[in-house]
Design a protein around this ligand. Sequence first.
Ligand SMILES: NC(=O)c1ccc[n+]([C@@H]2O[C@H](COP(=O)([O-])OP(=O)(O)OC[C@H]3O[C@@H](n4cnc5c(N)ncnc54)[C@H](O)[C@@H]3O)[C@@H](O)[C@H]2O)c1
Length: 364
Amino acid sequence: MKKLKLGMVGLGHMARHHLVHIRRNPRIELVAVCDRDPAVAATFDAPEAARFPDTESLLAAGLAEAVLVSTHHSDHWRTGRLILEGGLHLLMEKPLALNKGECEDLLAAHRDPHQVFAIMLNQRTDPRFRWAKALVDGGDLGDLMRVQWTITDWFRTDAYFRQTPWFATWAGGGGLLMTQALHQLDLLIWLCGTPVRVRGHAHFGKWHDDIAVDDEVTAYMEFPGKATGVFITSTGETPGTNRLEICGDNGRIVIEGDRAEFERNAVPASVLRRSATERTLAPQASLVTAPDTGKGGQHAEILDNFVAAVLDGAPLIAPATQGMLSVELANTILLSAIRGETIELPLQSSRYQDAVADLMKTEA
Ligand SMILES: NC(=O)c1ccc[n+]([C@@H]2O[C@H](COP(=O)([O-])OP(=O)(O)OC[C@H]3O[C@@H](n4cnc5c(N)ncnc54)[C@H](O)[C@@H]3O)[C@@H](O)[C@H]2O)c1
């Protein structure tokens, strides 16, 4: 059996989770691992793999054909570039990089179409979102009218930020939008497309002591056509909510908890609005439920898909090109909040970087 010779850079919390899935995939041979922190590297239980103090020496050894990167957000660009320029396949943890400018640079460094470059957007494997995407892409929902995602069940304790302090800084990782809710921003774009206009409101260190970054955000979005959206997220509140509503001309998709439903209008809203003679009425709708309300393969499925893409040419679930979109939206929401103005997309990446550079000075 042909096996993929895999290296890992960054051996912290997430890498330990990935290691379990790597061991379960018989088509992966873990050949090389690397963490810049010797104490972290020493407790990483992979005796089969050669150990390296940095990415440069891992690449120079020539053992790996592909690398899984699970380092700090602020390192994704630098390490990603080294791997892409070294000609290896790359599976990058989310986010693709710290800001849109870095993402653009990484994508520009990915010149070889045979080089697989994917991103760990594991929530795309959730069958409820796949089902919703099929309804939207297949035209069942009709023209998009409104989307609303309240995703406030990203509750985190202050101890979480103390244990992984770079999550609490602009220089290290960015906040809630870049770290937790990035998954939902990706899914929102995957399902509804990229907004053209955004007004964001964000609070920095509102609920958590000693963090500089966003921990509560509300964004209003406008999409091409008439559709609008609202995205609300927080790491401070509990019990939180995770409710996605996508309203189209033909009905409404709701995904909340284990529930994933499509209420299909008997008559499209646009037709009913114009044709009905009553002043008000109770429109008829039928209920369709998602056949599978499990969570899907998550990280293991993205990893397996990456291996299949390299070895068999399988299409990627989450190609790196799409990884830039959620970073761009997160950057845009924050820029809007910082500057207090509505921002049009595509985002001019330097505007966000300039705004965050000012914030970084205050945490230095
Ligand atoms: N997909 C998901 O569901 C999910 C969940 C949690 C974390 N993550 C992502 O995983 C990544 C890592 O998060 P974590 O919680 O494991 O962080 P962590 O701090 O526990 O681990 C990061 C490790 O990277 C190492 N590192 C940093 N720069 C390095 C470099 N240049 N060379 C070698 N090693 C380097 C650090 O020493 C550290 O051990 C982040 O991108 C995070 O967003 C993804």
